[in-house]
Structure formats: C-alpha cells, structure tokens
Design a binder for this molecule. Structure first.
Ligand code: AMP
Length: 193
C-alpha cells in the first residue's frame, strides 16, 4: 500500500491537488473536513459534536476525529492506499494514525507539504467563500483563527514526519498543473528512493 499525508494550511490547495494525485496514483481519498461536513448535513451525533468547533474555526477534539478515521479505515479495506487530506492536524492525531495503520499492517510513506504564504491563503479562502457556501471561508476573523490553529497545533506535525524522514516540500503557488507536476516529481522520487 502507498499512504500519503497531504499537508498544508487552510487554502493551500489540498482538495484540488488531492483530486489529481488520486487520478494518477489510484489512491482512496479521505478528507476529515469533508466527512465532518457530511455528518453536519445529515445531522448525526458526530456532526453535532463537531459543529461548534467548525463554526468557530477551531479544531474538533482529537478523540472525535481519530474515531471517525478509524471507522473509515475499517470500512475501506482492500484499497491500494490512502491520501489523507486535512488529517492529521495535531501530533496526537499523527501518533494515532501510525497505530491505526499498523492495525492494518501498513504505514505512512510520505508527507507532502504544500507551502503557501499567509497573505495568499487569506485571499484564496475569501475567494472560495464566495462560491463554496462554506461559512468558515466567508469571514476574515474565522480565517485568521484557522490559520492560528494551523500554526499552533498543526505545524508541529511536520516535525513529527521530518523526524521519520518522510517529508516532501512543494511550493503551492503557481498554476494547478505546474504545482501538480512538482508534486508528482517529488512523489516519484520518494517512491524510487
Ligand atoms: P477543512 O475542510 O479540512 O478545512 O476542515 C474544516 C473544519 O473541520 C476545520 O476548521 C476543523 O474545525 C474541522 N476539522 C477537519 N479536519 C480536522 C482534524 N483533522 N482535526 C480537527 N478538526 C478538523
């Protein structure tokens, strides 16, 4: 199996690039943000637990996210591999992911880090908010909170994978296809090594 963590701040282009990675490498996509939005839409208990955190731009508590990912992995056995999008977002989640994957006798191959300057992120998120219908993309204050959550809680996850020698950095600015070409080159090099 090949398992990739797609990493980067909100608005880095993780959703867009994961579609292209899935197409080329045939991986199963798991976006914890999408799963939460689905639960919210369906009014499930899990959705209710996540709602206030999401509405305020804060991270949902680790145990809620980890339980949801555990269920997803158990429901999707027999895949070629996974692309994790928006997860793990804390070191505790990264540690839990290693344990969950070990249960399925697999592990993370690489963490792909999309690097984008903060001013560019805000611009992109506000622009996306005009059409995505996502309340958390329409308000500058909430965008700032999400970027702060990323800097405080999520960025340390990069060191976690760096210590394991699994990090690949890619500049997330430029055309979608140009960024993808860099991602593919980085992944191919990583898989050949
Ligand atoms: P996203 O679509 O990845 O930007 O996620 C939207 C929101 O869902 C985030 O602002 C968080 O409130 C919540 N969320 C998604 N993934 C996670 C995660 N791995 N850990 C905690 N909260 C998450």
């Amino acid at each position: 199996m090949v398992n990739i963590v797609l990493f980067g701040p909100p608005g880095a282009g993780k959703g867009t690039q994961s579609e292209k990675i899935i197409e080329k490498y045939g991986l199963k996509h798991i976006s914890t943000g999408d799963l939460f939005r689905k639960h919210l839409g369906e009014g499930t208990d899990l959705g209710k637990k996540a709602q206030s955190f999401m509405d305020n731009g804060k991270l949902v508590p680790d145990h809620v996210v980890i339980g949801m990912v555990d269920d997803f992995l158990n429901d999707n056995t027999g895949e070629k591999g996974f692309i994790f999008d928006g997860f793990p977002r804390t070191v505790a989640q990264a540690e839990a992911l290693d344990e969950l994957l070990a249960k399925h006798e697999t592990s993370i191959n690489c963490m792909l880090m999309l690097e984008v300057p903060h001013e560019e992120l805000k611009k992109r998120l506000l622009e996306r908010g005009k059409t995505s219908g996502r309340a958390d993309d329409q308000n500058e204050e909430k965008i700032n909170i999400r970027i702060q959550e990323y800097l405080n809680k999520t960025l340390p996850v990069a060191s976690f994978y760096e210590q394991q020698g699994k990090i690949c950095k890619v500049k997330g600015v430029g055309s979608i296809d140009g960024i993808f070409a860099d991602i593919a080159a980085s992944l191919d090099a990583h898989f050949k090594a």
